[in-house]
Design a protein around this ligand. Structure first.
Ligand SMILES: Cc1cc2nc3c(=O)[nH]c(=O)nc-3n(C[C@H](O)[C@H](O)[C@H](O)COP(=O)(O)O)c2cc1C
Length: 235
């Protein structure tokens, strides 16, 4: 090849590289621009049937604290949130029972590694099976620190956090409603355990944490009290 040919080839390669780098940054910028605060992400439709029996899920269920360093898919996230509080009836009733259908539980998703989601805090909206983007950034280290340093929280690709607005239930049932809210958190958490089994994932219900710190990390309202942190990942 002539010297002139080499120069043209060199300039051409530089142009291609510049274009590639430009497109890379444009793509990442778009991803962030696509998710301003309060942006909604409609989740994929959850599966309502599978060949994995409920008996198998019950007998295999264990609390898992070691997770593979692997990202989860949006389909897996959708399935887990549906199991927790998804709407399963045209009346608005959900996968978990609720005293008088008052539905005091709130569900947050803390993302470290999920395909097509940037790391941050999201709130699950059962009504249209969507996620609302609340905060950007990796929060799992702060969450681990708020939970007495339980390291598996930091190592999980996601953490599902249950909160509760007690007055939704106590307005109807008085003091007794407090117990009802705690019972409901147990139902919803068990649904996550069982759904994890069916998806080949693992989880553990974590109750030992500093309430105020977790509320702060997730930007929860003053009325909400965090009840459970459930790290989830591939076992
Ligand atoms: C209310 C409650 C709080 C819990 N808190 C924690 C916790 O903070 N950290 C933890 O590692 N496990 C926690 N666990 C999980 C228990 O340790 C676990 O369920 C128990 O050891 C039985 O094991 P299994 O779930 O594998 O059957 C909690 C469980 C419940 C029901």
């Amino acid at each position: 090849m002539t010297k002139k040919g080499l120069i043209i080839l060199f300039v051409f390669l530089i142009l291609i590289a510049t274009l590639g780098i430009g497109l890379f940054f444009l793509k990442n910028d778009n991803q962030i621009n696509k998710m301003p605060k309060n942006e909604k992400i409609i989740l994929p439709e959850p599966e309502k049937d599978s060949d994995f029996s409920i008996e198998k899920a019950l007998s295999n269920r264990r609390s898992i604290r070691n997770f593979e360093n692997k990202e989860l898919s949006l389909e897996q996230v959708s399935q887990l949130l549906w199991a927790a509080q998804g709407i399963t009836d045209i009346s608005g009733k959900r996968a978990s029972p609720s005293a008088g259908a008052t539905y005091p539980l709130t569900v947050y998703l803390v993302v470290e590694k999920v395909k097509d989601l940037i790391p941050g805090v999201y709130k699950f909206i059962p009504e249209d099976h969507s996620l609302m983007f609340i905060l950007e950034g990796e929060k799992s280290t702060a969450l681990k620190n708020a939970a007495l340093g339980q390291g598996f929280i930091e190592n999980a690709p996601i953490n599902i956090v249950f909160g509760a607005i007690y007055e939704k239930t106590t307005n109807r049932y008085g003091e007794r409603g407090i117990q009802y809210v705690h019972m409901e958190a147990g139902h919803a958490a068990q649904n996550i355990y069982l759904q994890c089994e069916s998806l080949g994932l693992g989880t553990v219900a974590v109750g030992a944490f500093d309430e105020d710190r977790v509320r702060e990390i997730l930007n929860m309202s003053e009325k909400e009290i965090p009840l459970y942190i459930m790290p989830v990942g591939k076992k």
